[in-house]
Design a protein around this ligand. Structure first.
Ligand code: CAA
Ligand code: NAD
Length: 309
């Protein structure tokens, strides 16, 4: 009985601590992922500051979030559009924007970084944030492919640093990979795991290994699709249809590459190729490199493997 009471008290205490733990969030990077993370966090009642490098980008991000929220409420409030509009406005009230990251983090419980997939750029950002953020603030990176420990190494808070890997489109994809780097404390890992649940997501636990779980499987698959096409073994259209109708995937690999962003896909594969040059799964692609050099980065720029309106 005493044990049960102790357990119950401990559960109550820890859930109270969790409930008060992460309320104010700073999301850095207002692109595909940062906008989605901001939207989901604001929808679940968190107060979010979205940071990017210019007011113009932030305006575009806010417009994108509003558009995505409207898609969500169109279904959720199909019978009551007025309540839907009120919901959108309520969520938007939880979001503010800024270009001044070091002053914003002074009042934040959690930083979620979703900027360009480049180790040095991420390290420079976190090194500056480390000096500005309060002791209790947890840092998390949404990196797709970089070692969380290498990013965390630019700070003096290895214990309060973890990976929080969301999936695109964030409002629709249920999974979050919560990454425990060697230095991440159990308390930080638990806080990130609970935060993911508070967002209505399904967290899974990951070690700090290249690509964690999903991308370690998904990225070589997408690269192999490009190589299949480069070898002349199938058109991109046929490969896409084949994987949708033959394997039940919602998108074919070329559609998904365009959706993820060809720049991000190239950053991932180049990084892994540098790390393991002899691994054929991580071999770069001439076609992918050519499209990126031409600024054809996928859906976000209007053209990648396909053209978009
Ligand atoms: N915001 C809000 N709602 C959205 C949305 C968004 N961005 N995208 C889709 N939806 C919702 C809407 O309700 C939409 O209905 P409306 O068209 O009426 O607005 C509904 O989803 C259906 O969408 P679509 O008709 O456009 O298409 P769909 O049925 O194919 O679903 C999809 C879209 C959910 C994106 C689906 O195609 C899918 O699951 N694709 C695979 C995505 C995937 O694999 N993501 C992982 C990428 S890898 C990654 O993220 C990790 C990394 O590090 C690179
Ligand atoms: P994106 O190109 O759409 O957006 C990146 C944003 O970061 C841009 O708006 C850019 O202006 C901003 N930015 C760059 N440097 C900055 C800085 N120093 N300070 C503030 N803002 C800065 O990229 P994305 O697709 O959203 O990817 C962001 C991160 O999320 C990457 O690490 C990527 O690997 C990861 N990720 C991407 C996907 C995907 O499907 N695209 C999925 C999961 C994780």
């Amino acid at each position: 009985m005493a044990f049960i009471t102790k357990q119950f008290t401990r559960t109550l205490c820890s859930s109270a601590a969790r409930n008060t733990a992460i309320k104010h969030i700073t999301v850095i990077g207002g692109g595909l992922m940062g906008s989605g993370i901001t939207q989901v966090a604001a929808t679940t009642g968190h107060s979010v500051v979205l940071v990017d490098t210019s007011e113009d980008i932030l305006k575009k991000s806010t417009k994108g979030i509003e558009g995505s929220l409207k898609r969500v409420v169109k279904k959720k409030f199909a019978d009551n559009p007025e309540a839907g509009e009120q919901f959108v406005q309520k969520v938007l009230k939880n979001i503010s924007t800024s270009t001044d990251v070091t002053s914003v983090v002074k009042k934040t419980d959690l930083v979620v970084e979703a900027i360009v997939e480049n180790l040095k750029v991420k390290q420079d950002l976190f090194s500056a944030l480390d000096k500005a953020a309060p002791e209790h603030t947890i840092f998390a990176s949404n990196t797709s492919s970089l070692p969380v420990a290498a990013i965390a190494g630019s700070t003096a808070r290895l214990d309060r640093f973890g990976g929080l890997h969301f999936f695109n489109p964030v409002p629709m994809m249920k999974l979050v990979e919560v990454v425990q780097a060697p230095g991440t404390s159990q308390q930080t890992f638990d806080a990130l795991f609970d935060f993911s649940k508070a967002l209505g997501k399904h967290p899974v636990s990951c070690k700090d290994t290249p690509g964690f779980l999903v991308n370690r499987l998904l990225v070589p698959y997408m690269m192999e699709a490009i190589r299949l096409h480069e070898r002349g073994h199938g058109s991109k259209e046929d490969i896409d249809v084949a994987m949708k109708l033959g394997a039940g995937y919602p998108m074919g690999p070329f559609e998904l590459l365009d959706y993820v962003g060809l720049d991000t896909s190239k950053f991932i594969i180049d990084g892994w190729n540098e790390m393991e040059p002899d691994n054929p799964l991580f071999a770069p692609s001439v076609l992918l490199n050519k499209l990126v050099a031409e600024g054809k980065l996928g859906k976000k720029t209007g053209e990648g493997f396909y053209k978009y309106k």
